[in-house]
Ligand binder design. Sequence first.
Ligand code: SF4
Length: 242
Amino acid sequence: MQLWKTREDGEDELISTRESAVHPALRETDIQSFGSTLKSTGCDGCRLSHGGRSQVVVYRGNPEAKYMVAGEAPGAIEDACGLPFSGPAGRKLDAIIQSIGLDPNRDFYIGNIVKCRPIDHSGIKQNLTPTHECAIACRPFLHREIELLSPRVIICTGLTAARYLLDLPSKARMKDYSGTIHKHPSFPETEVLITYHPAAILHASSNPTLCNYIRNRIWNDVRMFQKRYVNEQPKREAVRAS
Ligand code: SF4
């Protein structure tokens, strides 16, 4: 675990590292206990532990689901209510999942690669992309989630999440990776399907051409997910029964 403080110039400084400390959530053996321990104990593993976070945000949905969604980090609404994908982007995500006949809270475990809200320290509490240090510091929690959930597939929304799930090169571009499927480097039984973050549709709303492009890419990726992971199940069950 690491301890950070904000200097007078606004920069964060690492002031202590306690290598031997293993967070108690990482010792839990089921995902509900993992989530509740992480939330109740809190975490000081990176600079996001101070300066703006209201709480650690772990997951919503079904802790026994076969499918997982991994986003980037909580925003203001998620930080306030404690549940990932609770704002406008979350409503888009839910609508996308419902469009293929699934229920986001029954069929999915929905979380983020970083569990605390990244903001700047200027007093303007805007959402930021998590830094490399924070994403790496939070990765043991993400890996424990994947280990305990053992999902068939993770739908990875956005390039930041993809970079830290799959160690993609820093120059990776979303348009090259959307719709691609990868084995998770640490959990080869789990596949990772990369698509755009639903917030990208909202951010592009003033540019109809871009907005339609992102919508179409997401829709193609979701149909691929449906064909490969949802429609395959009855066939597998029929084979097992015969
Ligand atoms: S982002 Fe992750 S590592 Fe950083 S304080 Fe929150 S839970 Fe701990």
